[in-house]
Design a protein around this ligand. Structure first.
Ligand SMILES: Nc1nc2c(ncn2[C@@H]2O[C@H](COP(=O)(O)OP(=O)(O)OP(=O)(O)O)[C@@H](O)[C@H]2O)c(=O)[nH]1
Length: 299
């Protein structure tokens, strides 16, 4: 053997002739462009190994195809081109290609009252598949929000009423006394529990989309939920947040239903799966609800 000839194990015949559904690499560091931001992403890239006799795929070819993602903003068309390269570089070996990009999208959010703003980070995954000419994109998005328990709110109101009866029984009601009582911890004896909650959205996109509607979906979800978690907060903002939560009591079932209706109204979504998690402060376990639309197995 010539010293310059490198052994190529992938080109050898496999000892066990068996096709594989997915072979590739996970967790590849990649700076991708999205909506004018450079995102610190991790990519999972793979193809099927249809030829059961081939020992392995050519991982370097998938890795090099990812270079396309450094120069152009993420879009369905760009993902499709990368996947086409995966397949072109694995002619006779593979018929389906897969690419998933995991990243955090940063969005600047205004405070509720004060003229302040701050950044919120939304974990997203963009999953693209190409099999022959069938191309699909699925988005996974985590949206954090605040939820206040309606049952706890009702129980608290009852306790406040009882306290009122105790404190004002057989007394003539004076406006000033009631006002002072309402402003005291003795008056408002109970508060409902609320929790940081999370909506895990999985969305299959329609084929015709030119852009990835990540930001539109996040905005629609936050509008439907009503009490998004905040960034920069002064007391005026905190008070507005307390009011917003008091007017927006919800069980996890309520949150799931609202999101279902919101995503059905959005254009460009073929199917979705929603899981909401209310990380209870009443319990050490979570309250969870799921809802889906058109959510069969992808082809
Ligand atoms: N198929 C495969 N390759 C692996 C694995 N782990 C590491 N690699 C390495 O990935 C490297 C790149 O593989 P190839 O793309 O086949 O490299 P190459 O043969 O120089 O490139 P081509 O000439 O384009 O085929 C090789 O050095 C492999 O050893 C594995 O589990 N499977």
């Amino acid at each position: 053997m010539n010293a310059l000839t490198l052994p190529d194990i992938a080109a050898q015949a496999s000892r066990q002739a068996l096709p594989l559904e997915w072979v590739g690499m996970c967790g590849i560091a990649l700076p991708v462009l999205f909506d004018g931001q450079r995102l610190n992403a991790k990519a999972d890239a793979g193809v099927s190994l249809d030829d059961g006799n081939a020992r392995g795929i050519h991982m370097s070819r998938l890795y090099l195809a990812l270079e396309l993602l450094e120069q152009e903003s993420l879009s369905p068309a760009l993902l499709r081109r990368v996947l086409q390269r995966f397949l072109e570089s694995h002619e006779d070996l593979s018929s389906s290609a897969h690419l998933t990009i995991h990243a955090d999208v940063l969005l600047k959010r205004q405070a509720l009252i004060s003229p302040l703003a701050g950044w919120k980070s939304y974990p997203v995954s963009i999953e693209a598949r190409l099999k022959n000419t069938m191309f699909h994109v699925e988005l996974k998005i985590d949206v954090p929000y605040s939820s206040t328990c309606p049952c706890s709110a009702a129980l608290s109101r009852q306790l406040i009423q009882q306290q009122f009866v105790n404190d004002f029984a057989n007394k003539s009601l004076q406006h000033a006394d009631v006002l002072a009582w309402l402003g005291s911890t003795n008056g408002i004896v109970a508060t409902p529990h609320s929790q940081r909650s999370s909506a895990k959205l999985r969305v299959r996109l329609a084929d015709f989309l030119d852009n990835l509607p990540l930001i539109a979906i996040i905005n629609d979800a936050e509008a439907a939920l009503g009490t998004a978690v905040q960034t920069a907060v002064k007391r005026a903002d905190e008070q507005a947040f307390a009011l917003a939560n008091g007017q927006n009591l919800m069980f996890c079932e309520d949150a799931a239903r609202r999101l279902n209706l919101a995503l059905k109204r959005s254009t460009g979504i073929n199917a979705f799966h929603i899981r909401v998690i209310h990380a209870e402060s009443l319990h050490a376990h979570d309250a969870v609800a799921e809802t889906r639309f058109n959510w069969g197995q992808p082809q």
